[in-house]
Design a binder for this molecule. Structure first.
Ligand code: UDP
Length: 458
């Protein structure tokens, strides 16, 4: 018998972007491909490095990222966009050296890299290594991003983003409907350097088009028109094989410890009575906004489970800025934790609505559990995802989290009124579509088979 490795016994190198919303899907993808027989090496930066003991089945290679020792004045370590732009330069040589060494040990079938690691395309090209990208957001988001250079050319972006007009247009932009000028403006919320975000997006689009394929953490039925448009515009195969967390939970790649005590608290609450509040791993807010959120929740008179990530309120370690009298007002009705086992929380029958920043993983996790959403987008892809949740899939409502009265009104309308139960029905319908897509013959199942075939053919 030949000693040649079997086609899907070949080694793959996976390179996650070191942020929670990117680490989770890449590690889940690694598990999925491992079950298909591939050997997995995860290449990771020192910054936000994974807990290797949770993955005895993988090999890990750490590369230096230059982050901790950098004296670069343009680097703002608290701003993800600034960090990503920095790493896209500082990791060029370390990634190349790492891949060369790996290839010497055992040939690699391909590099699977986060799409935001745009530099990795030229590194892979220089080594004649095929590169497939994992895009961790929605397909419609990539289409909106891909349209930004055109909007830029027409002067629209310059006007909207850089001149910061007082009146933002809430009408859909022709050809990008339902996305509005306001949504585009919000992509650039709270970022240090708007040029830096545009550069990152443009480089990501260009190098994604040069890749051998795109893997998506989604299912085709959720975004059929976007799937067709991307297949046509990007001219490379797309593989919507998700949602990944339906195969493997994200708990093992969590950078923060999940507080499991919330599950027994939820067990004590009535069915569909609890507002689950979480704004993910990156979003930050000021004291006033935090205080409005607190009073909004208190005045809604509903039960709530609130994830307040340490450091998520500027200038505070954790709950220092909770307004006086809040704890007494809410009593047993509220539970606040630092980090929760989110997928399990969303699957719990006590959850009535998810108040979210509309991060893509959170949105998908909510859709999969049939939980309607209240969307308060923060920046980046969130406004685009929120617009699809509210206007296309119609499983959520938009909310400005700075307005205390609005908060109570929206929470009550989704938990208690007809509007909420209609959203829940539509959400259940999407949930059924997800389940069908994962079964044999379903779209995600088939896409995964096609992805494996592509990798074997490389
Ligand atoms: N998450 C979690 N516990 C929490 C809050 C979030 O495990 O208390 C997970 C969540 O399940 C999701 C990820 O963190 O998989 C957040 O990703 P998302 O894309 O929603 O937002 P980001 O953190 O990238 O802004």
């Amino acid at each position: 018998m030949s000693n040649e490795p079997q086609p899907n016994n070949r080694r793959l190198a996976l390179f996650p972007l070191p942020f929670q919303g990117h680490i989770n899907p890449m590690h889940q993808l690694a598990n999925i491909l491992h079950t298909k027989g591939f050997k997995i090496t995860i290449i990771h930066t020192r910054f936000n490095s994974p807990n290797q003991s949770n993955y005895p089945q993988f090999t890990f290679k750490s590369i230096s990222d230059g982050l901790s020792e950098s004296k670069n004045k343009n680097l703002n370590p608290d701003n993800p966009n600034s960090v990503i732009n920095f790493l896209n330069k500082s990791c060029i040589d370390p990634l190349r050296d790492c891949l060369v060494k790996l290839q010497e040990e055992e040939p690699i079938a391909c590099l699977i890299s986060d799409a935001l690691w745009h530099f990795s395309q030229s590194v892979a090209d220089s080594l004649n290594l095929p590169r497939i990208v994992l895009r961790t957001s929605s397909m419609s988001c990539l289409l909106v991003y891909a349209a930004l250079p055109l909007l830029n050319k027409n002067g629209f972006l310059i006007k909207t983003i850089f001149e910061e007009e007082e009146e933002e247009d809430e009408e859909p932009i022709p050809d990008l409907s339902p996305i509005t000028e306001k949504d585009i403006l919000e992509i650039f919320n709270d970022v240090d350097c708007k040029d830096g975000v545009l550069d990152l997006i443009f480089s990501m689009i260009k190098t994604t088009k040069a890749a051998s394929g795109i893997i998506w953490n989604t299912f085709k039925e959720l975004e059929e028109p976007a799937f067709s448009a991307i297949t046509k515009d990007f001219c490379i195969p797309s593989f919507p094989i998700g949602p990944f967390h339906k195969y493997f939970p994200a708990s093992s790649s969590s950078l923060l410890e999940q507080d499991r005590s919330v599950m027994s608290w939820l067990d004590l609450q009535p069915v569909r009575s609890v507002v689950y509040v979480s704004f993910g791993s990156i979003a930050q807010m000021g004291e006033a906004e935090f205080s409005n959120m607190a009073w909004g929740l208190a005045k809604s008179k509903q039960r709530f489970l609130w994830v307040v990530r340490p450091g998520s309120v500027f200038g505070s370690e954790w709950l220092q800025y909770l307004p006086q009298g809040f704890i007494e007002e809410v009593g047993e009705r509220g539970c606040i934790v630092k980090w929760a086992p989110q997928q399990e929380v969303l699957a719990h029958g006590a959850i009535g609505v998810f108040w979210t920043h509309s991060g893509y993983n959170s949105t998908l996790e909510s859709i999969c559990e049939g939980v309607p959403m209240i969307c308060s987008p923060y920046a980046y892809d969130h406004p685009i995802i929120a617009r699809y949740v509210t206007d296309v899939w119609r499983v959520g409502v938009m909310l400005d989290k700075g307005k205390e009265e609005e908060i109570g009104k929206k929470v009550r309308s989704v938990i208690m009124e007809e509007e909420g139960s209609e959203m829940r029905q539509r959400s259940k319908f999407l949930q059924e579509k997800v389940n069908r897509s994962m079964k044999e013959g379903g779209s995600s199942y088939e896409s995964l088979e096609n992805l494996v075939d592509l990798i074997i053919s490389l």
